[in-house]
Design a protein around this ligand. Structure first.
Ligand SMILES: N[C@@H](CCC(=O)N[C@@H](CS)C(=O)NCC(=O)O)C(=O)O
Length: 287
């Protein structure tokens, strides 16, 4: 679990906060996942919006809270937790009811949460090419320079290199966009991972069997984002498609993925433009 140490945190005020606080952004997949989990736990929490479009995540204040400059971050009674899947695991241990990581499934859950986390930059690449385009404001060279030098640069008291990985991603996006090759590789990874989830869902309602768990939340959110990119979920993975439709009906899920009409329309326009140009995810990704 990634609980920050005192030395990692430069924005000290949060260490005096009581209760549960979540730094998040409405349309961030990791934030949506965390909010669904909190909804299902029935926990009270205070939200603090971080404007990713305005690069607030690389501000001095926020990098002083999360040295990786990513959302979500959880602050619980002054302790700061980062990494969404670690936040879910922490919340499960701290607030065990209702159970969202069933007893005896901890290891399997961890493996499938790690797989999900490993795909995060692939999801981001697909999002930037097939969902968010036309482009959201880029991270300029100045913003990236500030990103690289502002936070403590440590996580759990150890030197942390993740900000470098992030800066590489944004640099590459600025210089070459998301190429067909990158998009195809990412799509292939999703096809394989979703294929695995689809076979786990054969003849049973949830990924772990009869009980809805953290895994359903995490993979639902990825399926949702991929569908915003026009990934043919129902055609390629019918069990997963039916599972997605059922979960999307539940208020705890539905309220976190709802989009304001203008954003919904912008994403739909991106899909339509890609389809018309013959550059949809299905075509470019070889799906
Ligand atoms: N492994 C991290 C990934 C977090 C992450 O990349 N969050 C995205 C939003 S989904 C973010 O903060 N992006 C920063 C940006 O867009 O500038 C986690 O699970 O918390």
């Amino acid at each position: 679990m990634v609980k920050l140490t005192d030395a990692d945190i430069k924005t000290k005020e949060v260490q005096d906060w009581k209760g549960l606080h979540v730094f998040h952004f409405p349309f961030s997949s990791c934030s949506q996942k965390t909010r669904i989990f909190l909804n299902l736990k029935g926990l009270e929490w205070e939200g603090h919006l971080i404007d990713l479009m305005g690069n607030e995540n690389v501000s001095e204040r926020y990098l002083g809270i999360n040295p990786r400059g990513l959302v979500p971050t959880l602050v619980h009674d002054g302790d700061v937790h980062i990494e969404s899947n670690d936040i879910l695991t922490y919340l499960e241990e701290t607030f065990p009811e209702p159970k969202l990581i069933p007893e005896g499934t901890e290891e399997e859950t961890q493996v499938l949460l790690d797989l999900e986390d490993d795909l995060h930059l692939d999801l981001r690449a697909i999002s930037f090419r097939f969902v968010f385009a036309p482009p959201v404001p880029p991270k300029s060279a100045d913003v990236l320079e500030q990103y690289g030098k502002t936070g403590s640069g440590t996580v759990g008291g150890q030197k942390d290199d993740w900000v470098g990985v992030e800066i590489d991603f944004w640099d590459r996006l600025n210089n070459e966009g998301i190429t067909d090759e990158v998009a195809r590789a990412a799509a292939g990874k999703f096809k394989q991972a979703f294929g695995d989830i689809d076979s786990r869902l054969a003849g049973r309602p949830y990924i772990l069997g009869d009980t809805l768990s953290a895994l359903d939340i995490a993979w639902f959110i990825y399926a949702h984002r991929m569908m915003l990119a026009d990934y043919p979920l129902h055609r390629l993975h019918p069990n997963m498609g039916a599972w997605y439709d059922r979960l999307a009906e539940l208020p705890a899920f539905a309220q976190e993925i709802a989009l304001p009409p203008e954003i919904d329309a912008a994403f739909a326009a991106t899909r339509a433009a890609n389809a018309a140009a013959g550059t949809s995810l299905e075509v470019v990704g070889g799906l």
